[in-house]
Write a protein that binds this ligand. Structure first.
Ligand SMILES: Cc1ncc(COP(=O)(O)O)c(C=O)c1O
Length: 410
């Protein structure tokens, strides 16, 4: 079923994918089944031949999963979507569909750590090469393109450096050179950025983050722009097998209904916190797309309708002070992931981006002192109070360590 294109994202978040069942429940039921009976041998054979209505086996399609897929496809303005067992399964599945031995891809250098490992260390074993570049530098992307470049893979804003790639310019470049553009839109959600509007060919998500929003599901999604792109991705997912089970699909679909109010609150809180941190005496630097000091502030305003929940910053005392701060938070959770209702704080160099290795982190400007926070939807005053007390505690600890090292310091 195709979705309506005349409705706003807030409305689609509530309604898209809901009208699937003959009794028209407000909430689609959970089809918690691995397999589906055929009405006859002929019906079964027809379904396997891709004809007729019905379902076969939940790895090949399930109505609850389809409802969540329709919802995300509608929000992204794509034709169809495929739910996967994790964001990484979505990335693996789309790259396996689009690339073969001898191909080359260009990739943002500061992507999520396991994405970098998949593309930079695992895919070369299959004969697929890549060049990691700063995709906020258009000339660098141009230079990295080769005659056999088939995919340009972009995270924007990048995780965790929050640099922003010009989706329209890179889309035009890639298409001129015969390459396809895949955008990981996890950090923005379709409420804040719709990559298809700027020329992307495929959008992927870690559903684990904003779309589900409640830190209780691991999932991923591949959205295709046109109907014709769907069958090869469906076939690849059927064979790789990393699908999203029905109950998780139900939770994701439920989470999406509140996406617009959650994103508004995430952005509102994060803007206040970023401004507060930028003015804080113990903070060295802050990166947040909503700050005028962000290097691509104008580009962010062009292609994003909000600045998101993720802020990266460095403390004046560097890594040591950052660690002390993370150990001192009382309300914020010291945990990886992002996009849930609760505020999370973490250290990419030793956590989410540890698997990349020190050299890849250095190249991607992921410094050891970088602390990342995913701002939740709690009271912003409570979050700021917690960060402030943790920063004071970190400053006091760093000072006492300095005193021990250099007794003359007072
Ligand atoms: C931007 C981004 N893409 C992809 C992923 C991978 O998603 P998952 O953990 O659901 O496999 C993550 C996870 O943190 C992420 O931050």
């Amino acid at each position: 079923m195709s979705h309506r294109t005349d409705l706003s994202p807030e409305t689609l978040a509530v309604h898209a994918g809901v009208d699937k069942h003959e009794f028209l429940p407000a909430v689609p039921p959970i089809f918690q089944t691995s397999t589906f009976a055929f009405k006859s041998a002929e019906h079964g054979a027809a379904l396997f031949a891709g004809e007729g209505k019905g379902y076969i086996y939940s790895r090949m399609g399930n109505p609850t999963t389809e409802a969540a897929e329709m919802s995300v496809a509608a929000l992204e303005g794509g034709a169809k979507a495929l739910a996967c067992g994790s964001g990484m399964a979505a990335i693996h599945t789309i790259l396996a569909t689009l690339l073969r031995q001898g191909d080359h891809m260009v990739c943002s250098e500061a992507v999520y750590g396991p994405t970098c490992t998949l593309i930079g260390k695992i895919m070369p074993k299959w004969g697929i090469e890549s060049t990691m570049v700063d995709t906020s530098n258009f000339e660098a992307v141009k230079e990295a393109m080769r005659p056999n470049t088939k995919v340009v893979y972009i995270e924007t804003p990048c995780n965790p450096t929050l640099v922003i790639a010009d989706l329209e310019a890179i889309g035009n470049l890639a298409h001129d050179r015969g390459a396809l553009v895949v955008v990981d839109n996890t950090f923005m959600s379709p409420l804040l950025q719709q990559p298809f509007r700027w020329g992307a060919d495929y959008v992927i998500h870690s559903l684990t983050k904003f779309l589900n929003g409640h830190a209780d599901v691991v999932g991923g999604m591949i959205v295709v722009k046109d109907e014709a792109q769907y069958p090869p991705v469906r076939r690849m997912l059927n064979h790789l097998g990393g699908v999203l089970p029905p109950f998780e699909s139900f939770l994701v679909h439920r989470g999406i209904k509140t996406l617009s109010v959650r994103m508004a609150k995430h952005c509102q809180n994060a803007q206040k916190i970023a401004e507060h941190l930028e003015a804080h005496p113990h903070i060295e630097w802050v990166l947040y797309p909503g700050l005028k000091s962000h290097p691509q502030y104008e580009l962010a305003k062009k292609q994003m309708s909000g600045s998101g929940a993720v802020i990266s910053f460095g403390l004046k005392g560097g890594l040591e002070a950052g660690r002390a701060m993370m150990n001192a938070v009382k309300l914020c959770l010291l945990a990886v992931s992002l996009g849930g209702v609760e505020t999370l704080i973490q250290h990419p160099a030793s956590m989410t981006h540890a698997s990349m290795g020190a050299e890849a982190r250095r190249q991607a400007h992921i410094t050891d002192g970088l602390v990342r926070i995913s701002v939740g939807i709690e009271s912003v005053d409570d979050i700021i109070a917690d960060l402030d007390q943790a920063l004071e505690e970190a400053a006091a600890q760093t000072m006492s360590v300095e005193r021990e090292r250099h007794p003359a310091v007072t």
